[in-house]
Design a protein around this ligand. Structure first.
Ligand code: ATP
Length: 312
């Protein structure tokens, strides 16, 4: 980088970008095997949905190299989202700076709407949003593929949120291929008050190192996605086998959703679940029936993109 405009290597910027970060649900999640490094190899179909966290990222001052000076504030999240170096947004800003050898004073404000520890990928989406914001603020012009590689170093779900839409994820979920984008359907998301931690759920899987499972047949899935959702959808979430037996409330909610919606399953490792209904189907009564104290309940649509800059 050249030094023009820098005073002793520092440059006042004072520029802010707004970014919205969607949640995801899984339309399929199979665990194929446990790898020797302890991670599980999965095959999953991810779908971005129109439930968004909102972020404002400001580059106050830019300098070259060294540790960035990051400050963070959080609204919402029921006090469960830390505003410090453990937040994935903070980690994303730091990784962006260290990987690009650019640095600066960065301020991140996060407005949380996606329930946490729900399997909705909120933290991962926020991290992807910060990478996209930094790419704009530092004028680095990294392409989506480069941002996905950077994101994979932060968490398995982060790369998906760079492009979002509908995609199949293999490996630990980071090896992504786009699928025809689902554009219709009503996604009823329910989440009981308790949280589930992804590593603990995978830790409860009793899985040998060489389990062979049938892989999703993409040729079968492609045409079904165009007419999604319908009862013949072959997707399922294998993690239900380990989560639901010990969670009677969640088990009841998932069973009710499966009875009512053409497609329904646990979101990732829970504790949210989704029922997906056809466009135009009147959900008023169903939503009323599901209402109970402490339950997060929201109807959203599919989102055919990933994180998006809304304000620059
Ligand atoms: P995944 O399905 O990717 O495992 P999740 O939806 O189950 O994610 P998150 O909401 O991403 O879970 O957050 C899990 C934990 O991560 C929270 O309990 C919180 O302490 C921590 N965390 C760190 N950064 C964030 C963030 N930006 N938003 C929410 N939680 C965060």
């Amino acid at each position: 980088m050249n030094d023009v405009g820098f005073t002793r290597g520092r440059k006042e910027i004072g520029r802010t970008v707004g970014v919205r970060a969607p949640a995801k649900v899984n339309l399929h999640l199979e665990v194929l095997r446990q790898r020797h490094d302890g991670f599980h190899e999965i095959e999953t179909i991810l779908q971005a949905v129109s439930l968004f966290d909102e972020l404002r990222v400001t580059l106050i001052e830019q300098y070259q190299g060294g540790e960035p000076d990051i400050a963070m504030s959080v609204d919402g999240g029921d006090g469960k989202v830390p505003a410090d170096e453990t937040n994935l947004c903070w980690k994303a800003a730091r990784k962006f700076c260290l990987d690009t050898r650019l640095s600066g004073r960065i301020q991140i404000h996060l407005e949380k709407h996606i329930p946490t520890a729900a399997g909705l990928g909120g933290g991962s989406s926020d991290a992807a949003a910060v990478l996209v914001a930094c790419n704009r603020l530092f004028r680095t012009n990294l392409d989506p593929g480069e941002l996905e590689i950077m994101g994979a170093g932060l968490g398995s779900d982060v790369p998906f949120f760079i492009r979002g839409g509908t995609a199949i994820g293999r490996g630990t979920g980071t090896d992504l291929s786009p699928l025809p984008a689902v554009r219709t359907g009503q996604f009823l998301i329910v989440k009981p008050a308790f949280d589930l931690k992804t590593p603990e759920v995978y830790g409860n899987l009793k899985m040998g190192l060489t389990v062979n499972s049938a892989k999703a047949n993409i040729r079968v899935i492609r045409p079904l996605l165009v007419r999604f959702p319908q009862k013949s959808w072959p997707g399922f979430n294998r993690l239900e086998d380990v989560v639901l037996p010990s969670q009677p409330l969640l088990q009841r909610l998932v069973l009710e959703l499966k009875q009512l919606a053409p497609v329904a399953m646990l979101c990732g490792s829970g504790s949210a679940a989704v029922g997906i209904f056809t466009e135009g189907y009147d959900l008023t009564e169903i939503v009323e029936e599901f209402k109970e104290p402490g339950l997060f309940l929201k109807v959203v649509g599919p989102h055919a993109a990933g994180v998006e800059i809304t304000d620059d």
